[in-house]
Design a protein around this ligand. Structure first.
Ligand code: AMP
Length: 214
């Protein structure tokens, strides 16, 4: 049976990095709600403006709006088999909505927690930089590009920092995670659908453990 792989972890735990690797190496599509919301930046609609405002504050977009974009995205042909959700669900209501969607799509849910201690997360997030061309993720502390501020693969591309990756917003995002998203771990655990991966250490080692758990 095809699966919906749900990556759960605090902001900065490495969900996006691991989801990209699963996509690149196993061809499992990565569906990132955060990326989809960020892409709305180029649209000038009331909804897009509202989304930008909420994102900039570090808070969550409403469950119904989020569910709508997930449903729409996962109705495309590339998600007919197994796909990975990166950053969804993040609340109890979203988890319920996902159960319905999984049933409709005839898929089983496999949740994987990527666990990283709090003090490490702040460093990862405030140091994070992204290539606007290929989406490659760097970190000024732990994974700097060869030349400061530019992508190794796209020398013309200046790396960007996400608007919500500053200390104040990171604090709100971590609190939101603890309050609303963390309880989902017990939910998936109680139904025997949770695996836990240590999210510290080398990206490749984390990936191997994660891949083995699928
Ligand atoms: P991320 O890139 O996953 O850290 O998400 C960035 C921002 O997008 C979050 O801080 C939220 O404002 C919004 N967002 C992403 N995923 C969700 C979700 N599942 N539910 C609500 N808001 C979300």
């Amino acid at each position: 049976m095809s699966k919906i792989v749900v990556l759960i972890g605090a902001p900065g735990a490495g969900k996006g990095t691991q989801a990209r690797l699963l996509d690149e190496r196993l061809g499992i599509p990565q569906i990132s709600t955060g990326d989809m919301f960020r892409e709305m930046k180029t649209q000038d609609t009331p909804l897009a403006r509202e989304v930008q405002e909420i994102m900039a504050s570090g808070k969550l977009i409403s469950d119904d709006v989020t569910f709508r974009i997930v449903r729409e995205r996962t109705s495309k042909p590339d998600t007919a088999g197994t796909y990975v959700l990166d950053g969804y669900p993040r609340t109890a209501v979203q988890a319920e909505q996902l159960e319905e969607l999984a049933k409709e799509q005839g898929k089983e849910i496999q949740a994987i927690e990527i666990d990283v201690p709090k003090d490490e997360l702040m460093k990862r997030l405030t140091g994070r930089r992204t290539c606007p061309v290929c989406g490659e993720i760097y970190n000024v502390y732990s994974k700097p590009p060869k030349t400061e501020g530019v992508c190794d693969l796209h020398p013309d591309a200046q790396l960007t920092q996400r608007a919500d990756d500053n200390e104040e917003k990171v604090r709100v995002r971590l609190e939101t995670y603890d309050e609303l998203t963390k309880p989902l771990l017990a939910y998936y655990q109680s139904s025997g659908r949770l695996k836990k991966v240590d999210g510290t250490g080398e990206v490749e080692d984390i990936y191997s453990t994660l891949e083995a758990g699928l």
